[in-house]
Design a protein around this ligand. Sequence first.
Ligand SMILES: [Zn+2]
Length: 378
Amino acid sequence: MELATVYREAGQDGVRLAATFRPERGDEFCVHFQFPIEARHLVDRESDAFVPIGLAAAMASGESLRIAMPVSSALAGNLDDLQDLFLLSAPTPLSRVRVEGVVPRARPALDAPVAALLFGGGVASWYSLLKHVNIPLPDEAPLSFLAHVTSLSGPRPASVPAWIAEISAATRLEPVCVSSNLATRFPLDWWGTLRPALLASVGLALGGGINRVIVPSARPPDAQGVGGGGLGVLLPRLMSSERIRLAEDGLEAGRMEKIGLVIRPDPLALRNLRVCHHGPDANCGECADCIRTGIELRAAGAEPGELPFVRPWTDAAIDVADTGDPGIRRALEEGLEWLRREGAKSALADRIEAAWRRSEIRLAKAMLKRAGADVPAD
Ligand SMILES: [Zn+2]
């Protein structure tokens, strides 16, 4: 396929950075990122923003990628390594492809450095947001913008504007809601294994007025699977340009520490934490991501009524939690450790311990079974 042209256009509902792709077969089509009109001075005009997603999409289709416009020298020099890392994070459906026509071009840095944080609303995002708002680093560009990807297909969920408005008002950051048609043009796992490419592209699209993009990251093994962030922590650096530095953030703390020390004590974060991708607007309270987070928040001291779930939380959820889910198993183990740190006894700790024991037995049985042992059924 060819990344043929990149252009910026302003409309009534915002500013778009758009690219024309020409596949080997079929008609050409546009992929765009749309920004609010107030953010027009931040939006780039160059091709860089479409290189990470274009490369991932080409690797998914197996077609070579031809880039008809100049690309940032830094980014152009990393395309080979990027393919290696994409392959590691998403062994299927990607394959290595030829990249042609790349003309590297160095771009001048911005005069007045400004930073944006890519905010998804989950545990890593809240940790990085509160850290940078409360403890600004003296040598770094000041954090001024809160960028949030609202939708990759169709309209954004109805609750997003009020949600992001409350957070940006409380943190005094300018909100930048970004939507795209990416998933309708390239239907790939952009929120899972290809998330680093998506976030890099959104970050690079802000190259008109921002020079540092903070990418909240979970360190392994908090990050589920390599593409969920474990390997993603290496990727931002490779996708930076000389104009925009993408910087992974938050690797110094584990998930339970982020929840216990930063999110649980902060009413704004606790109320507005979003960990669930089921249901359009808010945390369902029933999926593995919600149950995992519920266990962690309870262990960190949050009351059941404080948990930000649509379905009211009861600790009975711990008794029936899916102990085969790696995230839930980790929440049980770390939640228990957190509660038992000072030797405190509680009914909640006993309950979590019972579930954790079940998960250990289940794990041991699965390992024995794999080794060929005759294991009695549950
Ligand atoms: Zn959920």
